[in-house]
Ligand binder design. Structure first.
Ligand SMILES: [Ca+2]
Ligand SMILES: [Ca+2]
Length: 354
């Protein structure tokens, strides 16, 4: 591949030049046209000097023929023309040297141009590659930018979530501290309560032991008291002691009354249905401590108290039969009281309040 400069035509040619694109050739043609213009100008100046020299010589020859009578002036004029011609010759020689130097510079520039052209091709290839790389990098940068935007959004959301979690964590942490303090306080209270409970439990156990001992003592005392108040062969029922007359032994109401008094008690005084049932279960007929001996129809107990209420009389009793019935008995078969003659001999029951 080469680039050739046609000096005569003032144009640049060659296969290397033809392969260049129009824009590049336009740039390089500008430089070449400048160079050609400079060379052309120099050549024109040279030709102008030559033409001027020929004109001067012709003028001198013609004037020599026309002004031959004026010999001295013509000689002076010739001398001046010769001097001028020599000066023009020297200038032409200098101009030729400069032209030669310019030609060498042109060749050097041509060489440099070829070198720069190859370098330009390499730079252009590199530029194209860089353009392609730039496009790829641009696309990649755009993708990265989109990913960066999405990542930024996710980061912002994550930051908000993190702040919310941080706030919740701080709140929960404070709540946890409060709960922990409350737990510690409760533990301390529990320990104190446990100690107090143990102390109370100990006191309670002591009190229970004392209570049990007192109950045992009360039972023992009550047992002693009952045994003391109810002598041997006496029966205890509803806080009373009862003496029941022996089998096959019967006495009148007055003797029965005296027997009870001799035993430190009295003939049975009945205050309830249960007590009556208790008294009547030993014998079919039993004297009790009730009579109207002092005043007919006015029933009184042996302790001097009046009968309160209707009592537990059998139906139709007391009837004061034959006007001699003034003492009361309990009939198991009849299920209640009946007035009888006080001289009748019956079993009897004494009782004594505890
Ligand atoms: Ca009577
Ligand atoms: Ca009767």
């Amino acid at each position: 591949m080469s680039v050739v400069f046609d000096r005569k035509a003032g144009e640049i040619g060659g296969d290397g030049w033809n392969l260049m694109d129009t824009q590049e050739r336009s740039k390089c043609s500008g430089r070449s046209r400048g160079l050609v213009w400079y060379i052309g100008t120099a050549a024109c100046l040279g030709l102008l000097y030559l033409l001027l020299l020929v004109v001067i010589l012709s003028y001198v020859v013609n004037n020599d023929k026309a002004t031959s009578p004026q010999g001295t002036d013509q000689l002076q004029f010739f001398t001046l023309g010769q001097t001028e011609c020599e000066n023009l010759t020297l200038q032409w020689i200098q101009l030729q040297k400069r032209y030669n130097k310019l030609s060498e510079s042109t060749q050097q520039l041509q060489t440099m141009f070829s070198s720069k052209n190859a370098e330009l091709d390499a730079i252009r290839d590199e530029r194209d590659q860089l353009k392609m790389d730039t496009r790829n990098l641009t696309k990649e940068m755009e993708n990265l930018t989109l990913q960066g935007i999405q990542l930024q959004k996710r980061y912002n959301k994550l930051s908000e979530s993190t702040q919310q979690l941080q706030t919740m964590f701080s709140s929960k942490n404070a709540e946890l501290d409060a709960i922990r303090d409350e737990r510690d306080q409760l533990k301390m209270d529990t320990r104190n309560l446990t100690k107090e409970m143990e102390l109370l439990q100990s006191r309670f156990n002591t009190v229970v032991t004392m209570r049990d001992e007192l109950q045992e003592e009360v039972k023992r005392l009550n047992l002693n008291r009952t045994e003391k108040l109810c002598p041997d062969d006496w029966k205890k029922y509803n806080n009373k002691c009862y003496y029941v007359s022996a089998q096959r032994v019967s006495k009148s109401w007055d003797k029965s009354k005296k027997d009870c008094e001799d035993r430190g008690a009295h003939l049975a005084i009945i205050n309830s249905r249960d007590e009556q049932d208790f008294v009547s279960k030993f014998y079919d007929r039993t004297w009790i401590g009730l009579s109207d001996k002092d005043l007919e129809g006015h029933w009184k107990w042996v302790d001097g108290t009046d009968l309160v209420g209707d009592g537990y009389w059998q139906e139709g009793e007391p009837n004061n039969d034959r006007n001699i019935e003034h003492c009361a008995e309990v009939s198991r078969k009849g299920g209640g009281w009946n007035d009888m003659p006080c001289s009748e001999r019956l079993s009897w029951v004494c009782n004594l309040p505890l």
